[in-house]
Design a protein around this ligand. Structure first.
Ligand SMILES: C[S@@+](CC[C@H](N)C(=O)[O-])C[C@H]1O[C@@H](n2cnc3c(N)ncnc32)[C@H](O)[C@@H]1O
Length: 228
């Protein structure tokens, strides 16, 4: 059995998102790192959101709420629930998408959930997995925690950055190893094969698409719902 991730590592994966960092996050990550370092363009992720956002959406690991703000929901007044361990992210995002009157919960997604709003037609876990400590096999517990909250015909989608399997170059390797040294990323062991195995174990249908060192995924038709 793999040992559970240390609390320190879990804390580190979200602690970087101070108000100051959130002020530059969209520029630094979405405008600079995504196209030029990770080569996983923000436009690809935006399209993934556009295609999968639903009337009842749960967003996990919300950051600045950029995609929730910029992408269209299929209705004017979707039900929107935000989950994050970091209060700054929850505050920033709920301000930004105030027009949807979101409900926020401060939670560690590596622990079992207790959220009364459910089920959700869409659940996003965007750029979350590479922040979580552990191997893909262990951090995929996130899917087990979320599956009971997914509607029968719902979809889980998102993207993550890989250390193994993506098309790395000098700059992406350097920046990824810097972020791992700082504890901001925890993805030294993350590979495409393991992500695919984690989805295949839980869903009858899934899709993965690699761009640079990023992978976009969506999964639906769960194999069996784990007990809550
Ligand atoms: C890289 S940001 C992604 C932000 C946003 N989804 C996006 O794609 O722009 C990672 C987010 O995951 C949150 N996070 C990190 N570890 C977490 C945990 N254990 N439980 C819940 N949220 C976590 C961070 O606070 C942050 O909001």
């Amino acid at each position: 059995m793999t040992a559970p991730p240390s609390q320190q590592a879990v804390q580190q994966g979200q602690a970087v998102y101070s108000k100051k960092i959130l002020n530059i996050y969209d520029w630094l990550v979405l405008r600079i790192s995504n196209p030029f370092i990770w080569r996983c363009r923000t436009a690809h992720i935006k399209r993934l959101y556009e295609q999968n956002l639903s009337v009842r959406h749960l967003d996990v690991g919300v950051g600045t709420g950029y995609f929730l703000d910029k992408c269209s929901f299929p209705v004017s007044y979707p039900e929107l629930v935000l989950l994050d361990m970091n209060l700054n992210c929850l505050e920033e995002t709920s301000q930004r998408v105030m027009r949807y009157h979101p409900v926020s919960h401060q939670i560690n997604i590596l622990e079992p959930l207790n959220v009364k709003e459910q089920p959700f037609q869409s659940i996003a876990v965007n750029y979350l997995l590479h922040c979580l400590p552990g191997s893909i096999a262990t951090k995929s517990v996130v899917f087990d925690h979320l599956l009971p909250y997914l509607a029968k015909d719902g979809v889980i989608f998102g993207s993550t950055l890989l250390n193994k399997g993506g098309a790395h170059n000098f700059f992406s390797r350097r920046l990824m190893s810097f972020y791992n040294d700082k504890g901001i990323f925890h993805n030294t062991e993350d590979s495409l094969e393991e992500l695919e195995a984690a989805l295949a174990k839980r869903f009858k249908r899934y899709e993965l698409k690699v761009y640079g060192v990023g992978v976009l995924f969506k999964a639906w038709n769960p194999i069996a719902l784990p007990p809550k």
